[in-house]
Write a protein that binds this ligand. Structure first.
Ligand code: 13P
Length: 247
């Protein structure tokens, strides 16, 4: 079964969350989704979304977590343990917006992923090259370096998810072509396989302008195990069309 996660980023409020989750729950009740579904709202909405999603076959995830175990004096941070307490099963770590805007390194992303695993969360570890890196022919090398540096050592025994999100495709309406996606996912799959036997296998998500009209083709590519959706996850009809495109 594929996995479709919606990253709301810094969007939404209590009213929007209530309406969106109710709409998704109704769709799920009418016809069971073709994929596992994860909703990643802003942190302050997590308890509300988790309560609304409970028992509806909708999972909840955070958008980031601290690399510190806590509790402690880390103003503005939220620990993986707190996310778990808020009802999360997943957490996104190393999103390109955090790597670019907050200078997050591979080592920090790995530390966050380790905290997530220790707290009982499944980390969705994001990697992806910039346009400049792609144009200069470095895309594969950059992504390989990110995967090598960001994956926890324990990734072979615990469930981790990798999301390939080319930076130039995020929020731009420019989707990677199915060929681009197939090629990069093949590279990542081979790299992960090279780490040794995977128990269980690592799902590879694609993210970057996934929309209802391109989802089916992207999701049909080999080694694409689901999607990490930004903008289109804010509208129930669009998000659900992507979920259904995995059928
Ligand atoms: P868009 O789907 O808006 O391009 O965002 C992708 C993304 O960054 C999901 O994490």
């Amino acid at each position: 079964m594929k996995l479709v996660a919606g990253n709301w980023k810094m969007n939404g409020d209590k009213a929007m969350a209530q309406a969106l989750v109710a709409d998704l729950a109704a769709r799920q009740a009418a016809k069971r989704a073709a994929s596992a579904v994860v909703l990643c709202p802003p942190a302050y909405l997590l308890p509300q979304v988790a309560a609304a999603a409970a028992g509806k076959r909708l999972n909840v995830g955070g958008q980031d977590c601290s690399a510190e175990a806590g509790p402690g004096a880390f103003t503005g941070e939220i620990s993986a343990t707190m996310l778990r307490d808020a009802g999360c099963d997943y957490v996104i770590v190393g999103h390109s917006e955090r790597r670019a805007r907050h200078g997050e390194s591979d080592a920090l992303v790995r530390a966050k992923a380790e905290r997530a695993l220790a707290a009982g969360l499944i980390p969705i570890i994001c990697v992806g090259e910039t346009l400049e890196q792609r144009q200069s022919g470095d895309a594969v090398a950059v992504v390989r370096r990110q995967v090598a540096g960001s994956l926890p050592d324990s990734a072979r025994q615990q469930v981790v998810v990798i999301a390939y999100e080319p930076v130039w495709a995020i929020g731009t309406g420019k989707t990677a072509t199915p060929d681009d996606v197939r090629a990069m996912h093949g590279e990542i799959r081979a790299q992960v396989a090279g780490l040794g036997p995977q128990v269980p296998p690592v799902p590879l998500l694609y993210g970057g302008s996934v929309k209802p009209d391109n989802a089916a083709e992207l999701m049909a590519q080999p080694n694409v195990d689901g999607a990490l959706v930004g903008g289109a996850s804010l509208k129930a009809a669009d998000f659900w069309a992507i979920v259904e495109a995995c059928r």
